[in-house]
Design a protein around this ligand. Structure first.
Ligand code: ZN
Length: 529
């Protein structure tokens, strides 16, 4: 039976800076772990993302840093790609934002327009008096009308609720809060989410068990009130030109662009590997039946979980709908939110200068903010990974090297009991990686727990080829289960011919003796390897 192809999309990074550990422990590592798991079960997987170049935050950061948006985008895109590569995130490069990209976006919004899905609405938007700049998203700051926390325009980072047009309380221009502004009326095109209420509700009901509780709460809160009109065009000079006669001179709202952007990105990834799909949205077509999964932070649930979903629905039956959105909470550093402006952060590549990436991936997975905020500290990384991963791993590796010394590369028998245990292990790992119960934190904890058990078992092994065969079968299952997290040690094992598939095939009657590659890293939390 042919298995469903999968498209995994990690949050589209804004090209206004590099990715820090807070970003990595959220969408990028979890998406990577899930993509690697699916590939290990034999699935065809496209894992992608693309820089969100039209976000207002590119403009505001460029102005703060005295750079041109183009220069900021270029350096940020390179930095993002380098950081993803450094951590072993299997996103191969950043798709270029060029003519084909813009064509994909234009075709997507023109089809919505042609099919009568967009409505012209009169709205009030704040405008800076001195510059005439229309203020939305990152151009605007104020108070969230849903939770009363400080918020930008567009969506509140704290509660996840949207605010469009003139809804932000205590609004002020973000770059210059003292600057005078006024509200002006504009006619813009919108996507009226209310028209999708029944389809949205049916969609969420059907996939209820696949959503994390906090995202489910936000969806319920949104459905409890009138659903907003989402801007499709905005006045001003920021963003791609909107190709509609009713809104001359307006731009496409950046969050609308993100949906066709990831379709383009999927096609670009596929074209790196083989023949390019004929159309840039072909991989997303309903008849192909892809499993689509988004990984992003909680503050993106409104856009990726509601707006972009309605955008797909608005194309009738043209596109497959995502299976779900796996969203994370905030990762903190020493108990406080990561903050670029306060320089309270750890850059990914800085951490990797002193920590092997398998060790970094393990710790980020173990402590990832999957269901609630969690915190990163360097001392905890050292002591935890030394005690729970590196030392036991290398002790098991050393013990196996002794045991297999004389028999390496020979075929050892396995017993029914050993095969049963290996199957149990694989099944438990699958429970950590399958979508409905996905948790890389539990997978990392399970690696540590099973490692401890197998290290103890290796110490009092009977002198019997079948006992060693059974142990190796379990070590192989552990390696396969750890492989989505520990990519370098897994690649070395695979290079030695160790089978790291995670499918439900029966464990073999015999196994070729192998050694466990050692794990680089700090054994005892002192900084020594
Ligand atoms: Zn809020």
């Amino acid at each position: 039976m042919t298995q469903r192809p999968a498209i995994i999309v990690a949050a589209t990074p804004t090209s206004n800076g590099d990715l820090h550990l807070g970003h990595m422990a959220g969408p990028y590592l979890s998406g990577d772990v899930y993509a690697r798991y699916l590939a290990a079960t034999g699935r065809d997987v496209v894992y992608t993302t693309i820089t969100d170049d039209s976000q207002t935050y590119v403009s505001t950061t460029a102005q703060r840093q005295g750079l041109s948006p183009e220069a900021l985008r270029a350096t940020s895109t390179d930095a993002i790609a380098a950081s993803l590569r450094a951590l072993g995130i299997g996103i191969d490069g950043m798709p270029p934002i060029g003519a084909s990209y813009r064509e994909t976006v234009r075709t997507f919004v023109e089809r919505l327009h042609r099919n009568g899905r967009l409505r012209l609405r009169k709205v009030r938007m704040p405008v800076a008096r001195a510059t005439g700049q229309v203020l939305f998203d990152g151009f605007l700051g104020g108070t969230c009308p849903a939770c009363l926390a400080g918020s930008s325009g567009g969506v509140c980072e704290g509660c996840g609720h949207p605010n469009h047009f003139d809804q932000l309380l205590d609004a002020a221009p973000a770059l210059d809060p003292g600057a005078e502004f006024e509200y002006r009326e504009y006619e813009v095109l919108v996507l009226p989410l209310e028209e999708y209420r029944e389809r949205l509700r049916a969609y969420y009901d059907e996939r209820r068990d696949l959503w994390r509780p906090h995202a489910r709460q936000l969806i319920q809160e949104l459905l409890a009130g009138p659903l907003p009109d989402v801007p499709v065009t905005v006045p001003g000079d920021w963003g791609l030109p909107a190709p509609f006669a009713e809104t001359p001179g307006q731009r496409i709202y950046p969050w609308i662009e993100a949906m066709p952007a990831v379709m383009y990105a999927s096609a670009w990834v596929a074209a790196q590997r083989g023949p390019a799909p004929a159309g840039t949205d072909d991989l997303w077509r309903r008849e192909r039946d892809p499993e689509i999964v988004y990984f992003h932070g909680y503050d993106n649930v409104y856009y990726w979980g509601v707006v972009d979903l309605a955008l797909l629905m608005a194309h009738d039956d043209r596109y497959a709908l995502p299976a779900t959105n796996v969203c994370n909470e905030f990762y903190e550093l020493d108990g406080q939110k990561f903050s670029t402006s306060r320089n309270h952060l750890v850059w990914t590549r800085d951490l990797l200068e002193g920590v092997p990436r398998d060790v970094a991936r393990f710790y980020l997975a173990l402590t990832a903010p999957e269901f609630q905020r969690s915190t990163f500290t360097r001392p905890a990384l050292r002591t935890t990974t030394g005690a729970r991963l590196v030392r036991p791993w290398n002790e098991l590796a050393a013990q196996l090297a002794l045991l297999t010394g004389k028999v390496v590369d020979t075929e050892l028998p396995t017993t029914e009991n050993g095969r049963l245990r290996a199957k149990v292990l694989t099944k438990r790992f699958a429970g950590c990686y399958e979508l409905a119960t996905f948790s890389m934190g539990r997978a990392a904890a399970m690696v540590a727990d099973q490692l401890d058990r197998l290290r103890a078992a290796s110490g009092d092994l009977k002198d019997d080829p079948a006992a060693l065969g059974d142990l190796l079968l379990e070590v192989r299952a552990l390696l396969a289960g750890a492989a989505p997290l520990l990519v370098d040690v897994a690649a070395r094992a695979a290079g030695q011919g160790v089978d790291l598939r995670l499918d439900d095939s029966e464990p073999p009657d015999s196994i070729t003796a192998f050694t466990l590659p050692a794990l680089a890293g700090d054994h005892d939390g002192t900084g020594r390897s």
